[in-house]
Design a binder for this molecule. Structure first.
Ligand SMILES: [Zn+2]
Ligand SMILES: [Zn+2]
Length: 86
């Protein structure tokens, strides 16, 4: 039987992994395991986000394609979506 797991939340910029307690740390083993663990659609169980460190360095993750974009830009360089800059 397959276990239903939450996708691993990974910073798209520095690849730090969010831990269960909400903190972020570099965890190459957990990342490699999640990327090797494909779901029914053949997609890795990884969800891209941004860690507080990178967030503070003024990056924003595109809500559509998850590309990491410069906060100075108003649109995603990859898909052209409007970026939600806080
Ligand atoms: Zn980061
Ligand atoms: Zn995009």
């Amino acid at each position: 039987m397959k276990q239903q797991k939450e996708p691993l939340k990974v910073c798209a910029w520095c690849t730090m992994v969010q831990q269960v307690d909400g903190s972020w740390k570099l965890d190459p083993e957990a990342l490699a395991a999640a990327e090797a663990d494909l779901d029914e659609e053949g997609l890795p169980k990884v969800s891209h986000g941004i860690c507080p460190d990178c967030d503070a360095k003024s990056f924003v993750v595109c809500p559509l394609c998850e590309t990491l974009c410069d906060k100075q830009k108003k649109h995603c360089a990859r898909c052209g979506a409007v970026l939600e800059v806080r």
